[in-house]
Design a protein around this ligand. Sequence first.
Ligand code: IMP
Length: 430
Amino acid sequence: MANVTVIGSQWGDEGKGKIVDWLSSRADVVVRFQGGHNAGHTLVINDKVYKLHLLPSGIVRPGKLSIIGNGVVVDPWALLKEIDDVRAQGVEISPETLKIADNVNLIMPVHSAMDEALEAARGKGQLGTTKRGIGPTYEDKVARRGIRLCDLRDPVLLREKLEKLMVHHNALLKGLGASEICPQEIFDQLMQIADQVLVYADQVWRVLEQARRRGDKILFEGAQGIMLDVDHGTYPFVTSSNIVAAQASTGSGVGPKAIGTVLGITKAYTTRVGTGPFPTEQLNEDGERMGQRGHEFGTTTGRKRRCGWFDATLVRQAVTICGIDGIALTKLDVLDGFDELKICTGYLLDGKKLDYFPAGQNEQARIEPVYMTLPGWNESTRGARSFSDLPPAAVKYVHVIEELIGAPVFLLSTSPERDDTILLKDPFYG
Ligand code: IMP
């Protein structure tokens, strides 16, 4: 099987950018299948830093086809800006190298306005969204009033759809005390950019079928992480898309068997941005130290990430739900120098032991982690390129994780540099 699906197995920010870049150098096609420009992937190639939000990571590599699938939500203005920014760094982007599903849903200015207004209305119960309009756009998609890329080809229909859309949203905006938006204004703004975006529109499901017939290697690039999945995550403190590996199929238009090896990107500790339950969070020196050593600030919003110990119970659940074949373990070097390290092996809820992460919102908030403690190491693991370069305590830490989550480590990343990676099994030949 020549395809690989990459997903985050925690709350996102697991270091997918580097691994996806490494894999995309071996792939022919790279596909985004969910989320939008709420994501942030940092790629470091030859000391040049690329910050991508919506564009697939393959875009920075010549000769690769990058695809934005129907499961993504696309803000056309943000897309054009990102294309300009990346082009300014010397990357070539054309309709031959970038294709966007013509049935993709578009984020309109009203969606970002709604995201802001809804967050403000939640008061203390804020979800901590990225305010990019992601949730409201997925809501409109499911409610069957969304604006899709193909609608830009049909101005008469587009105007009708915008009018209906704004009857709905203006009633809500008014109720929330926010300013109403005129549909004609959005229509005019869209018409100004329609041609620039439509050049990338295509039947992505067909492009992918052709790639499969050619025997191309396809990399499906997930954004965020399983615990932010709208079904399987810490609901309602989640994003509005499915993030599980199966979404690679529905979000791009390939059959479920085409998604190939499922690689879960897993940080050697845990982080989360935004609000919501986080059982192993360390609001103390340990957490501060992980945050500082790991440069834990959001790529998209710059927010400080919350940090805590590795939660094996949570990742084990992600392995089961996504059918993860193996993991890429990242940022092990951030744990260098700790006297001891803790790993969560289960939870206590009202004195009862749980070996799974419960679904109930109040249960998730109340569970107490049960830890095992392992010795730390003083040596630096940064830049290690083989297992024999690692101190025995670090090797043990990795093996304990494998055992607890029920999946092997395929790759181990020891610095942001692409080559500082220990390859144990090539996912494309997994
Ligand atoms: P939204 O996706 O903007 O609606 O935000 C919903 C939740 O998902 C918030 O807690 C965000 O902080 C979180 N989130 C969204 N995208 C990412 C990401 O790429 N990494 C980590 N957290 C994210």
